[in-house]
Write a new protein. Structure first.
Length: 384
């Protein structure tokens, strides 16, 4: 059995445009005065058809529209893409189709049309539940708009998730707890909860470097917020199945599980990455980040990819290790050994077990709650 089948096969489509650039965001997103949606639609459809020929016969498990702000795409574009997807691949009976959305009134007004087009899971970027923090985060919606959009989404889609950011400026542990409990009162079955990180190349990064980003919690306070989050969500029936993602049993993001279980996925759009097994070899795919460059290349060359990179067995084992240990279900040691050509270092495993950072469950090596809190250090210890 080819290794990718342990994780499944998904399709990621990147829509690079946003109404505005959030100051904390280091994703490949751009603000454009005008977007020729028909031109972009043709490019996506051509790329789906091309990759479909290369991976012919595979069952497609998931489709994910990410960004950027895909909820700025016209519903007709979404419908055309999903129609082409079903032509390119046989799809799973329970095909998961996720669309990332902002909770502004423009996007919320399109939710029903997206559902009619075939989207069955919405992931909404709420980020905060009070107006002051939304303004600090550069968000264009209000907390009232977010709540209203969430109600519209619940009526339109069978599955709805939303994101929140914590460890924000001047946020206390008690303040985050109150916000978290309010979010739990709204949540259907999935929450993504991310600690604010200050990234180079962002507006927040520049302000922080200049000493103009006051009020950020210190590391101990941020750690207290993280640990409290795990406790509250677990006791509420939505434990962490991944470092930052919480769900009721069976409601996990199946698309993201393909990444973390190290399956194959096609990446289409500016800056989209992919992993594909072709002819018995796993390759990494990448695309130009600049929207105009990607679109021009698709139209001129008939494809939107940069040169492909074969992944060595060691590369694959390292990627599997880094991705699988993000999950509470952990890593299959036999699968790792098959990829790497050797087992994990017994001494490193024993040290981490002694420190209660990992535990064994049959053939699986799982991070403990304490291990997930310092996951990068755990991965470094296990990496050859």
């Amino acid at each position: 059995m080819e290794d990718w089948r342990h994780g499944g096969f998904g399709l990621y489509l990147h829509w690079p445009f946003c109404a505005s650039k959030c100051p904390y965001c280091d994703f490949n997103s751009h603000v454009a005065a005008e977007i020729d949606q028909k031109r972009w639609r043709r490019a996506y459809l051509g790329e789906i058809a091309r990759v479909g020929v290369e991976t012919q016969g595979r069952v497609l498990n998931t489709v994910f529209f990410g960004g950027g702000t895909p909820s700025l795409m016209e519903p007709d574009t979404i419908a055309a893409i999903l129609e082409t997807v079903r032509t390119a691949w046989p799809v799973a009976n329970d095909l998961e189709v996720t669309l990332e959305a902002n909770p502004g009134s423009v996007e919320a007004g399109r939710f029903r049309a997206y559902a009619d087009a075939g989207v069955n899971r919405l992931s909404m970027g709420v980020q905060a539940l009070n107006d002051d923090d939304l303004k600090r985060l550069g968000r264009l919606h209000s907390s009232a708009e977010a709540r209203a959009a969430f109600d519209i989404a619940r009526a339109a889609f069978p599955r709805v998730s939303f994101d929140l950011i914590y460890a924000r400026q001047d946020q206390s542990v008690s303040g985050w707890e109150a916000e978290l409990r309010e979010a739990l009162g709204m949540a259907v079955d999935h929450l993504s909860l991310y600690q604010l990180t200050i990234e180079d190349g962002t507006a927040f990064g520049a302000r922080h470097a200049a000493g103009r980003l006051a009020g950020l919690p210190n590391d101990d306070t941020a750690a207290d917020m993280y640990l409290m989050t795990q406790d509250i969500l677990a006791s509420s029936g939505m434990p962490a199945y991944e470092v930052s993602n919480h769900a009721r049993a069976g409601a996990e993001s199946r698309h993201n599980l393909i990444y973390w279980r190290y399956g194959d996925y096609a990446g289409i759009g500016p800056g989209a990455h992919g992993r594909l097994t072709l002819g018995g070899r796993r390759i990494a795919t990448d695309t130009p980040r600049a929207p105009g460059a990607w679109l021009a290349q698709v139209e001129a060359a008939g494809h939107g990819e940069l040169p492909r990179e074969p992944l060595s067995p060691g590369d694959q084992a390292a990627e599997y290790l880094m991705m699988a240990l993000r999950l509470s279900e952990g890593l299959d040691v036999d699968r790792y050994a098959a990829l790497a050509g050797r087992a994990l270092a017994a001494g490193a495993v024993a040290r981490l077990e002694d420190l209660s950072m990992i535990r064994r469950e049959g053939t699986r090596l799982c991070p403990t709650p304490a291990g997930r809190a310092v996951l990068n250090a755990v991965i470094r210890e296990l990496m050859p």
